[in-house]
Design a binder for this molecule. Structure first.
Ligand code: SER
Length: 507
C-alpha cells in the first residue's frame, strides 16, 4: 500500500521534476488577507502573485498546503464525522502557474501524473468543464478522453472563487469512479449526489479578479491553480472508498479506540471520526499560533475542540482524552510538518487545559439538554432560549448543541438563539448606561454590536494587516479623518494587546 506520506511526496516530485518551485505550506492564518479567517485552499498564499501585486523569483510552483474549512465561505464543520469526505482540516496538493502555462499544459501535467505515475486506469475517470469552455473540452478530447465522459456544467460548481473577492475563473474537475457497487451517477446527472463519482482534482483556469460585488477584471496574465485533496487521492490509491479508511485516519482512529476501549466501527464510528479529524485541526491550528478564545479564529478553534470533547465524553472517556492522542498525530504527520513536532508540548497543554475546563460543565449541560428534549419527537426543534442557556452557562457553542441533537433527528431554533443573544447584549448596554459613565462611550457598544470584537492576533505575529471598520473622534463615529485629527481606528484584527484583565495594553 502506498502511504499518504508517499503520495504527498510523489505529487510534489512530479511537479518539481517539471520545473515547479517546491513551496512549503504557509501557516493556517493567512498573512496576506485580513478578510479571510483561515487558509482554505492551496492558492491562498499565492493570491497576490496571481493578481500581480507580489512578485516571486519563480513563475510555477507546487505545494501541499494545510487548509481549514470551518467558518466563512467554505465551512464543513457540521458534516464532519457523518460523511466519507468532510474534514475541518485537510491538505491540498496543488500546482500553480503565474502567467506561465495555461490550460493545455495544466491538463497534460495532471493527466501524466494520474494515469502515468499513479497508473489510475483512464476508464475510471470523468471530467467536467464550464459549459462555455470549448477550449478545455477540446483539450480533454485531444488527450484521449471520450466525449461521453467530458461533461459540460453550467453552474457555479465549475467556476471557482476563493471568497467574495480575489482571483477566480472557470474550472475543470476530474472525477474518479469508485465503481458500480456504490450508488450515485456522474456529475451533472440527477443522482450526482451519490458517492460513486468523487471529485479528486480541480483545475482552475484563473483569469479574473473579483474586486468587489459588481466588478470583475482580468488578471494580468492567464494563470493556473489546481487543488487535489490529499485525503481523497489517498483513498483512491489505497483502494478504499472512504477517506477515514486511509492509513493516517486509521492510525488516529485506532489510537482513539484504544485509549477509550471502544470499538471503532459500531455505534461510535462517527465519534471516532470527529475526534480524529478535530485532533488534526486543533493540533495544526495551535502549532500555527491560534489558541482557544471567545472571538475570531480562537473561537472557531474552541468550537472544534469542544465538539471533539463532547464526542470523547460520549465514548465514556473518564479523563481528558484529546491531549493523549497528540503523540499519534505527531507520529503520522510530524515528518511532513516539523512545526507539529516543535509545538507538541503546547498542543498537549492547550488541549488538556481546554478539556479539563470544559468537562466541568459538560455533564451538567448535557443533563439540561436531556431534560429539555425528553418529550421531543424526531423532527422537533429545541427552543433557542435553551440553546442560549447552554452557550452562556455551560460553554456549548451553538453548533455543539446542534451536533448533540443530530443523532435524535432534532433541530435547534437558530433565530431564537440569536434573539436571546441580542437581548443579553441589550441588557449589558442598559446596565452600562445606568452606571453613570459618559453617554459618548456608547459608541463602543455600537461598534462591537455591528462588527463583533476585534480579534487579537499577537500570539501568531507581531505585525499584521487589518480591515478598517470604524473611525472614532471625540466619542463619535466619523466617516473620514483629516490630517492632524486625533482619532481611534477600529480594525477587525490587531497584534496590539488591549488593556484588559489587569494587564497593560501595547502602545
Ligand atoms: N482553488 C481551487 C480549489 O480550492 C483549486 O485549487 O478547489
Amino acid at each position: 500500500m502506498t502511504s499518504t506520506n508517499d503520495i504527498r511526496r510523489s505529487f510534489l516530485d512530479h511537479f518539481a521534476k517539471e520545473g515547479h518551485e517546491l513551496v512549503p505550506s504557509a501557516p493556517l492564518v493567512p498573512h496576506n488577507d485580513p478578510t479571510l479567517m483561515f487558509v482554505n485552499a492551496g492558492m491562498v498564499p499565492f493570491k497576490n502573485v496571481f493578481t500581480g501585486l507580489e512578485k516571486r523569483p519563480y513563475s510555477t510552483a507546487t505545494s501541499s498546503q494545510k487548509c481549514v474549512r470551518a467558518g466563512g465561505k467554505h465551512n464543513d464543520l457540521d458534516n464532519v464525522g457523518y460523511t466519507a469526505r468532510h474534514h475541518t482540516f485537510f491538505e491540498m496538493l496543488g500546482n500553480f502557474s503565474f502567467g506561465d502555462y495555461f490550460k493545455e499544459r495544466a491538463i497534460s501535467l495532471a493527466w501524466s501524473l494520474i494515469t502515468g505515475t499513479w497508473g489510475i486506469p483512464a476508464d475510471r475517470l470523468t471530467v467536467t468543464v464550464f459549459h462555455t469552455d470549448d477550449e478545455a473540452f477540446d483539450l480533454w478530447k485531444k488527450i484521449g478522453m471520450p466525449e461521453s465522459r467530458i461533461i459540460r456544467i453550467p453552474t457555479s460548481d465549475n467556476f471557482w472563487s476563493m471568497g467574495d473577492t480575489g482571483p477566480c475563473g472557470p474550472c475543470s474537475e476530474i472525477f474518479y469512479d469508485h465503481g458500480a457497487h456504490i450508488p450515485g451517477g456522474p456529475p451533472g446527472s440527477p443522482d450526482e449526489d451519490g458517492d460513486r463519482f468523487v471529485e479528486i482534482w480541480n483545475l482552475v483556469f484563473m483569469q479574473y479578479e473579483q474586486v468587489d460585488k459588481e466588478t470583475r477584471i482580468d488578471l494580468p496574465r492567464p494563470s493556473i491553480d489546481t487543488g487535489m485533496g490529499l485525503e481523497r487521492i489517498a483513498a483512491v490509491l489505497q483502494g478504499v472508498h472512504d477517506n477515514y479508511d486511509t492509513d493516517t485516519f486509521k492510525a488516529l482512529i485506532a489510537a482513539s479506540g484504544e485509549l477509550t476501549r471502544t470499538a471503532t466501527n459500531g455505534d461510535f464510528k462517527a465519534s471516532h471520526r470527529v475526534i480524529a479529524d478535530h485532533l488534526r485541526a486543533s493540533g495544526f491550528l495551535v502549532a500555527d499560533g491560534v489558541l482557544p478564545a471567545n472571538e475570531g479564529r480562537g473561537y472557531v478553534l474552541r468550537r472544534i475542540m469542544r465538539r471533539a470533547m463532547r464526542h470523547a465524553h460520549l465514548l465514556g472517556a473518564a479523563e481528558p482524552l484529546m491531549h493523549r492522542l497528540v503523540p499519534s498525530l505527531v507520529a503520522e504527520m510530524g515528518a511532513a510538518y516539523p512545526e507539529l513536532v516543535r509545538a507538541q508540548p503546547l498542543i498537549e497543554e492547550t488541549l488538556k487545559l481546554e478539556e479539563t475546563r470544559f468537562r466541568q460543565t459538560l455533564a451538567n449541560g448535557l443533563r439540561l439538554l436531556d431534560e429539555a428534549t425528553g418529550a421531543m419527537k424526531p423532527g422537533d426543534v429545541l427552543p433557542g432560549a435553551v440553546a442560549f442557556k447552554l452557550y452562556d452557562t455551560f460553554g456549548f457553542p451553538y453548533d455543539l448543541t446542534e451536533d448533540a441533537l443530530r443523532a435524535q433527528d432534532l433541530g435547534v431554533d437558530r433565530s431564537g438563539f440569536d434573539a436571546a443573544m441580542a437581548e443579553q447584549k441589550a441588557a449589558a448596554r442598559a446596565a452600562w448606561k445606568g452606571s453613570g459613565e459618559k453617554a459618548s462611550d456608547e459608541v463602543w457598544f455600537d461598534i462591537a454590536e455591528e462588527f463583533g470584537g476585534t480579534e487579537f492576533t499577537g500570539y501568531v505575529s507581531e505585525e499584521g494587516d487589518g480591515q478598517l471598520l470604524a473611525i472614532v473622534k471625540d466619542g463619535q463615529r466619523i466617516a473620514e479623518a483629516k490630517a492632524g485629527d486625533e482619532v481611534v481606528l477600529v480594525t477587525n484584527q490587531t497584534p496590539f494587546y488591549g488593556e484588559s484583565g489587569g494587564q497593560m495594553g501595547d502602545a
